[in-house]
Design a protein around this ligand. Sequence first.
Ligand code: FMN
Length: 350
Amino acid sequence: MKLPSLKIRGLEAKYPVIQAGMGCRIGMADLASAVVNCGGFGTIASVGIGDLERGKTHFVDECNTNFALELKKARTLCGGKKNLGVNVMVALSNYEDIVRTAVAAGADYIISGAGLPLQLPEYVGDADIALIPVISSGRAFEVVVKTWLRKYDRKPDAVIIEGPRCGGHLGFTMEMIEHPETCSLDLLLKEVREVIAKYQLDGLPVLAAGEVCCRADIEKFLKMGYDGVQIGTYFITTEESAIDPRSKQVFIDAKAEDIVIIKSPVGLPVRVLKTPLVQRVLSGQRERFSCPYRCLRSCNPAKSLFCIARALIATWSGDTENGLYMVGCNVDACRKIFPVREFFETLQGE
Ligand SMILES: Cc1cc2nc3c(=O)[nH]c(=O)nc-3n(C[C@H](O)[C@H](O)[C@H](O)COP(=O)(O)O)c2cc1C
């Protein structure tokens, strides 16, 4: 089958693929612009940006300045093309600031999850920017739609459904994650379609996230009734992903049985590789750290066993002893370092 384009608000990408926001410097300007140049939607993640030392005293300014610079760099790298957006987690303590920075810097869309983005339209105001909530149930989607319509007369421009086999934070209970058939992307699509019908959101693009790593996966979700997919894990080991090659090698060497789920300081379960840091966390050992940042609303540094920001920055810098390696169930598909272009070439033609 020839893959259809993906239209969101006034934007259109040749392929129905959004590159997932991946925080702490995986999805930066190089990755996002490469995806845009190849015909997808490229997303810069807003979390964990900026200098750690300066952030200790000027956290908000440091994040805003570097986030705006990253967007500018990405726009230059894709020759001013559209389809360049950002991912902003609701759980961030500087959520409003980062959203306003994304709007001022001219992002084309905002993807927002890890909590319900109920106030997103307020922070965006009249700006012509696509708003894309990330949800993991029809109920959560309905709460977002109802709130946006009632308070802001605003509809979502697309919705991303994160399934139980996704990488990163998961919007499910442990029991549901252990029984993924109870919350499969098939069932969740039905729930979301009911909300779309109830609120007359006809034509709203619905994207599937979780375990997509090849053309056959995309075709499977299109046949299921999705309009496109969001891909995270498979892009981690691209040449353009900004993490150190030593960390890319950790993903390449990993097998599905190395994956565990732990409780994250974000307050949600998170799927990760069982690397040395995670083994220490699982044995109940607390990492020694102090927190001058307060980057997450939900994190209580006195009770957290580790600092997720430091752990993810350790991943970025190739410190495999102290890094946190968030991952989806499809880690077996990450077998080499390859250019983004190589993936998109497989999407050409019938
Ligand atoms: C390393 C990593 C970092 C992530 N960081 C974020 C993030 O900063 N914000 C967010 O909303 N989701 C984040 N996610 C979730 C992705 O946006 C995406 O929905 C998910 O990875 C899709 O599943 P897949 O990894 O199986 O493709 C992350 C996922 C991974 C694997």
